[in-house]
Design a protein around this ligand. Structure first.
Ligand SMILES: C[S@@+](CC[C@H](N)C(=O)[O-])C[C@H]1O[C@@H](n2cnc3c(N)ncnc32)[C@H](O)[C@@H]1O
Ligand code: FES
Length: 453
């Protein structure tokens, strides 16, 4: 039974550079136009659009198939889509100009294509060349480094509403020859466009990477730039079993702290929209956010339950920044701050809920157990600790982001890492918490919850 009157499969397959593909021929633009035209025609509830992989007619892309008729359309440009919607989807008349009626020749063409692909795969397999999926991971750092340099030099702002390489180089005080090479590579990465000698921001880079952009994220992204040097010590850190970069082990400077807290704020403000509603605040009169950073979660908690006493605990060097973020949210009267070191200073007492977000990965198992015990003493009987972090499956190989993040902690901390649900539950139990449980969240993190009985 068909839930929709029409179901359209649009091939958006990308292939290695130099090979024909629907993606290279503008399938994304065709797809966007199709969705737009269907909505404009009021057919959203009657037509389902699904992207699909190679249909075997790559030279004639972008290709799409409309079911239930099984009409194959080839070389569908964005400007052709309105015709398909008005003729085929509205009136039930396939557009002969774009449709491929020749089923048997089409079948022959598709079979030949897949035979050719199979032969190339077998040839590459026999050649002993390092496969592309391995190479792509190996050289991932090159594209990443180009982007980090562009952000570090503030090149996107230098491009502004359009600039030549020489103009941008002058603005960022760099060499014109090398600046041009970086800008050209950014065009290849689709992060800039180029017309003649002039480079332009894309709508995306103008929004996030340019001074004054509507979601200017440059300060937060500088945190990634700072991580580069530490990640380059990964091999030595793996040998030693701990961070070896001297700067990883000393206190962050003022600029690095501001970038780090800005990065945390950006992520946490977004994540809080899913995390805070998932936490039951029934009966909670006072909440402590340990290592609360910018206060993004505290802000969301205070908004969810006005009148609840909310306190953010963080390092003395961070609290002035926390206060600024809280004041900007107009919640200076609702949220208290407390400066201290959570590993040795008193956390306070009388809390119904202690929230610990993105903290446990900084610490070793032993340090986490000690922290949980200290948190227990800050809680009222019946109070809960709610931990939010990357939580690995028990094999410790997924989620992918959590497994990779373990190494971010290796290069950045003495004993940090990412931990499995089993480990969290074990520490909670050892610290004397009851009713330990792991609660899934939408996204790569989870909650670990325990109750002080
Ligand atoms: C990864 S951030 C998490 C911030 C926030 N909880 C969130 O989820 O976005 C870690 C926070 O812990 C704070 N922190 C690190 N070590 C600390 C310590 N020993 N005592 C208190 N706060 C600490 C940092 O300043 C930072 O704000
Ligand atoms: S890439 Fe679309 S048909 Fe092959």
């Amino acid at each position: 039974m068909e839930p929709f009157k029409y179901h359209i499969f649009v091939c958006t397959q990308a292939k290695p550079e130099g090979m024909e593909s629907c993606a290279a021929k503008g399938a994304e633009q065709t797809l966007a136009a199709l969705r737009r035209e269907i909505a404009r025609a009021g057919l959203d509830s009657e037509v389902q659009v699904t992207t699909c992989g190679c249909l075997g007619l790559c030279e004639k892309g972008p290709n799409l198939i409309v079911y239930p008729e099984g009409t194959w359309y080839a070389q569908v440009k964005a400007e052709d889509v309105a015709g398909i919607v008005s003729e085929h989807l509205k009136l039930g008349r396939p557009v002969a100009r774009l449709a491929r009626p020749d089923a048997s020749s089409m079948k022959k063409e598709i079979s030949e294509h897949f035979a050719k692909v199979k032969a190339i795969k077998e040839f590459l397999e026999k050649s002993g060349l390092v496969p592309e999926e391995v190479n792509a991971v190996m050289r991932g750092f090159m594209e990443s480094r180009i982007m980090l340099t562009a952000v570090e030099l503030d090149l996107f702002s230098a491009i502004g509403v359009g600039a030549t390489a020489a103009q941008a180089a002058k603005t960022v005080k760099a060499h014109p020859r090398s600046t041009e090479a970086v800008l050209n590579a950014l065009v290849a990465l689709k992060l800039l466009t180029k017309n003649g000698e002039v480079f332009y921001n894309t709508p995306l880079t103008a929004r996030y990477l340019v001074a004054g952009g509507s979601d200017d994220s440059r300060l937060a992204l500088m945190h990634m730039v700072h991580l580069w040097r530490r990640w380059s010590t990964l091999t030595a850190a793996v040998r030693e079993g701990t961070a070896v970069a001297k700067e990883a082990l000393k206190k962050r400077g003022k600029d690095q702290t501001a970038a780090f807290i800005a990065a945390m704020h950006k992520n946490a403000s977004f994540a809080a929209k899913a995390v805070v509603p998932a936490i039951d605040l029934g009966g909670v009169g006072s909440l402590l956010d340990v290592g609360g950073g910018s206060g993004a979660y505290a802000i969301a908690f205070a908004r969810k339950k006005p009148g609840m006493k909310v306190t953010v605990f963080d390092l003395p060097g961070v609290i002035p920044l926390t206060k600024k973020y809280i004041a900007a949210a107009d919640l200076a009267d609702a949220i208290r701050t407390q400066a201290g070191d959570m590993t040795k200073d008193k956390l306070g007492a009388g809390y119904d809920l202690v929230f610990v977000s993105a903290i446990c990965h900084m610490f070793s198992p032993k340090e986490n157990l000690a922290l949980f015990k200290r948190i227990k003493s800050a809680l009222n009987p019946g109070g809960r600790v709610v931990i939010q972090d990357f939580v690995l499956d028990n094999a410790k190989t997924s989620p992918r982001m959590a497994a990779v993040f373990a190494l971010n902690m290796l290069v950045n901390t003495k004993g940090g890492g990412t931990y499995s649900g089993e480990e969290y539950l074990d520490w909670l139990e050892q610290a004397g918490f009851a009713e330990g449980k792991i609660q899934p969240l939408p996204g790569p993190t989870r909650l670990a919850i325990g109750k002080k009985s």
